[in-house]
Design a binder for this molecule. Structure first.
Ligand code: ASP
Length: 325
């Protein structure tokens, strides 16, 4: 009995020492951040910016891997099943919270299968259209969509994407269904909007600001409560015609559940360093987004926020459910 207890203790000690060594040594090879959307889109842009800077802090290369499809759930599922050693991470947005309600059978538990690392950014969205869509302002757009209904095509990144959520809320508010076209991310959807193959899209400013400023697409409104400093002339949807409309997007960084705490803490410290990096701060500002304050780029803050967002969006999505595509 005594021998068994001793050997169990020794085993436990070895395990603990192993974790400590692993954490101390971490990272000793490149770290991969899975982006659950196609390259060239807004989530990809955020991942590449912070990935580069986190790599400097961790003194290791950070590789971005795009696993698009099914509104971000394919990539998230991939990370949920990855080895929990800190070398495979997920950068996701509000979809991590909304998918929990939108999908009846997610192959992972959005809340419990991940170890949160920290919040990353707050990002407004913009309702944008192909350059020659007739409506001149947001009020006219509402009337145009109500008149043309499913003749209007709306691009999104699949059920669970932020663009899906914004479209769902918009269609629910104006009680009209458009034809939705799902892409693996809004990077490719933007190409089709620029080419005029689709009419409308609601997407993060990180993907739309350059095209709006360059006059390549039409912008109607922002989805946040207040206007965006980088696009000061663009009204909020609330101001422009849909009272109370608000969709604010946030990004979070996750490891698989069970990732050793010292490893998660190292990743959080690298994230906090990246969010203070002047290059990242400046580029984020140009793209109409903001890094979160350091006290929100923590495992605790992301865990609490994710839980609150799942609770907040569940009834809203259920109420708008008849318009889910
Ligand atoms: N912005 C996209 C969405 O959630 C996803 C992406 O491509 O980053 O709609």
């Amino acid at each position: 009995m005594m021998i068994k207890t001793l050997s169990l203790m020794a085993g436990g000690l070895m395990l603990l020492t192993g974790v400590a060594v692993q954490a101390q040594d971490f990272p000793n090879k490149p770290v991969t951040i899975v982006v659950p959307f196609a390259a060239g889109g807004p989530t990809d842009t955020v991942a590449r910016l912070i990935g580069q800077s986190m790599g400097n802090a961790l003194k290791q290369q950070v590789i971005i891997e795009n696993v698009g499809g099914a509104g971000g759930t394919l990539g998230a599922g991939r990370v949920a099943r990855a080895t929990n050693d800190g070398y495979t991470l997920l950068l996701h947005h509000i979809g991590q919270a909304t998918s929990a309600t939108l999908y009846r059978k997610l192959p992972y538990d959005a809340l419990n299968d991940f170890a949160p690392v920290g919040l990353v950014t707050d990002v407004p969205m913009t309702m944008v259209a192909k350059k020659d869509l007739p409506p001149k302002d947001f009020k006219e757009l509402i009337a145009y969509v109500q008149q043309n209904k499913d003749k209007v095509s709306y691009g999104n990144a699949g059920i669970g994407a932020a663009s899906h959520l914004c479209g769902l809320m918009f269609m629910s508010a104006i009680k009209t269904q458009m034809t939705t076209v799902a892409y693996k991310g809004t990077g490719p959807a933007m190409n089709d909007l620029l080419g005029g193959q689709i009419d409308l899209m609601c997407d993060q400013t990180t993907n739309t600001t350059g095209q709006i400023k360059g006059g390549k697409i039409k912008a109607y409104a922002v989805t946040t409560k207040t206007r965006v400093p980088s696009l000061p002339d663009l009204p909020t949807m609330d101001e422009a015609g849909i009272k109370g409309f608000e969709v604010a997007i946030w990004h979070g960084l996750y490891a698989p559940k069970g990732t050793p705490k010292p490893v998660v803490d190292k990743l959080a410290a690298a994230l906090q360093a990246a969010l203070k990096d002047p290059t990242v701060v400046q580029r984020f500002a140009e793209l109409g987004t903001e890094p979160v304050a350091a006290n929100r780029a923590t495992p605790e803050a992301l865990g609490t926020h994710l839980k609150a967002e799942i609770v907040k969006w569940a009834p809203v999505i259920k109420a708008a459910g008849e318009y889910a595509d």
